[in-house]
Design a binder for this molecule. Sequence first.
Ligand code: NDP
Ligand code: 8X3
Length: 250
Amino acid sequence: MPAPQRIAVVTGASSGIGEATCQALAGAGFHIVAGARRQERLQKVVAPLGGEALPLDVTQLPSIEAFVQAVGARHGRIDVLVNNAGLAAGLAQVAEGRDDDWVQMLETNVLGLLRMTRACLPLLRKAPSSHVVNLGSVAGFEVYAGGAGYTASKHAVRAITRTLRLELVGEPIRITEVAPGMVETEFSLVRFKGDAARAAEVYRGVQPLTGADVADCILWVVTRPLHVNVDELVVRPIAQANAFTVARRS
Ligand code: NDP
Ligand code: 8X3
C-alpha cells in the first residue's frame, strides 16, 4: 500500500515566506493546509497546489481550535507544522512605544505560536514522525533600537523552540527554528502600516533574501533523514552581517 500523503500545516500562508513555503512543500509532495486571516489571498496560494485554505487568526483561541479541529477531522494527523504567522508593528523606541503594537506582536508571534503548537501536538503525535518549524529571526538573538517589541517576541520564539526540544526529546517529533535576516516580503509594509516608501527604503541598494530562499531552508530541514534534527538555521543576505550592518550599493 502506498504511504499516505504527508500533511503540512503552514500558518501565515497568504503572503511572503508562508506562501513560498506552501509552494516548496507542495512541490515535495506534501498536502498543504494553509491558514491566515485573508481568505482570498490564501485561496490564490493553495488553489494551484491542490491544497486547502482555512481561516486562521492565531491571536484568537477559538479560531485556532476551529482550524485544528478541521485538520483533525479531515486528515487525522499533522506531519509538518510551520509556525510562520508573525509580524512587526512599528519601529518606535520604548519611550514612545504604542501599547497596541506591543500587544499585537506578542499576541501573534508569541502567544499565537504557543497556542497553535499546543493545539497541534495531539495531531503531530498521531503521525509516525513529525516536525515543528518555528519562524524565528536574527531578531531572536540580536537587538536594535526601535525593535524592543519585535525582538522580545522573537527572543521568545527562540526560547519556546529550545524548550520544546527538551520537552519532546524521545518522541519522533523534530523541532527547528529557522531564523532569517532581511527578507523582502510584505513584512516592512506591515511594520510601517502601509507606508510603501518607508518599506522600500529597508531594501534599498541591497539584494535581500526572498520568501523562496527561506522556503528552501524550511524544505531542507524537513527533508533531512528522520534521525537528523536541525536545531536552528540562521540565513541572511550576503550583504547583511547583522541586524543593522548592511552593505548597500550607493
Ligand atoms: P508577510 O507580512 O509577507 O507575511 C506574514 C504572514 O503572517 C501573512 O500571511 C499574514 O496573513 C500572517 N499573519 C499575520 N498575523 C496573523 C494572525 N493573527 N493570524 C494568522 N496569520 C497572521 O511577512 P513574512 O513572510 O516576512 O513573515 C513571515 C514570518 O517570518 C514572520 O513570523 C516574521 O516575523 C518572520 N521573519 C520575517 C523576516 C523578514 O525580513 N521578512 C525576517 C525574519 C523572520 P494575514 O494577514 O492574511 O493573516
Ligand atoms: C525580521 C528581521 O532585522 O527586521 O525578523 O528584525 S529584522
